[in-house]
Ligand binder design. Structure first.
Ligand code: COA
Length: 153
C-alpha cells in the first residue's frame, strides 16, 4: 500500500529532548530568533507545544499557552523545505482543538505587518485583525509593528 507523505509526519508534545533541534530550526528561520533559554523555559513551564517529526528530525513546532478565557499562540515555525504542505495549518488546528476542550474562548497571536504569508494562513483559518502593537518587533532598522489577530472559539 502506498504511504502518503502526510502520514510520515508525527505531531508530538514538545519534550526537553527536542530543545536542540527546535532551537536550530528557530535560528535558521528568523532574523531575530528566540534564545535557547526562552524555548527551554517554555518546555519546562509546560507551555502547550508540539513538535513535528519527519523521521527523526524536527521540521516544525508550535508554542502556545492555553488558558481560560484566552489562549495565546507565541511561536509557529515550519522548516522552509516543508512549507505549503499543511503542516502549519495542522499545528494551529491542534491548538484550536485543545483550547476548545479546555473551554478557552478565543485565541490571539501577533504577526509582523510584513509577514504576508503567515497573515494569509491566519486569514484562511478565520483569524481577524483586532489591533496593532506599535514597534513590537526588532528589525534591521528600528522596530516593526505587530498586527494582533484573534480567533473566537
Ligand atoms: C507561516 C508558516 C508557519 C506556515 O507554515 P506552512 O506549513 O507552510 O503552512 P500551511 O502549508 O499549512 O499553509 C500554507 C498557507 O500559508 C499561506 N502562504 C504560504 N506561502 C504564502 C505566500 N508566499 N504568499 C501568500 N500566502 C502564503 C497560504 O494561506 C497557504 O494556504 P494555501 O496553501 O491554502 O494557499 C511558515 O511559512 C513559516 O514557518 N514561516 C516562517 C516563520 C513565520 O513567519 N512564522 C509565523 C510567525 S507569526
Amino acid at each position: 500500500m502506498a504511504v502518503k507523505s502526510s502520514e510520515l509526519y508525527r505531531f508530538l508534545p514538545m519534550r526537553i529532548d527536542d530543545l536542540n533541534m527546535v532551537h536550530n530550526l528557530e535560528a535558521d528561520s528568523y532574523q531575530f530568533p528566540w534564545t535557547k533559554e526562552i524555548i527551554r523555559d517554555c518546555i519546562l513551564y509546560n507551555y502547550d507545544s508540539y513538535s513535528v517529526f519527519f523521521g527523526d528530525k524536527i521540521i516544525g513546532y508550535i508554542i502556545s499557552k492555553i488558558s481560560y478565557p484566552e489562549t495565546h499562540i507565541l511561536n509557529l515555525t515550519v522548516n522552509s523545505k516543508f512549507r505549503n504542505n499543511g503542516i502549519g495549518t495542522s499545528l494551529i488546528q491542534l491548538i484550536i482543538d485543545d483550547a476548545r476542550i479546555r473551554n478557552s474562548k478565543d485565541i490571539i497571536l501577533e504577526v509582523r505587518t510584513s509577514n504576508a504569508s503567515a497573515q494569509s494562513l491566519y486569514k484562511k483559518l478565520k483569524f481577524e485583525i483586532i489591533g496593532l502593537r506599535k514597534d513590537y518587533y526588532e528589525c534591521k532598522e528600528g522596530r516593526e509593528d505587530a498586527l494582533v489577530l484573534k480567533l473566537e472559539l
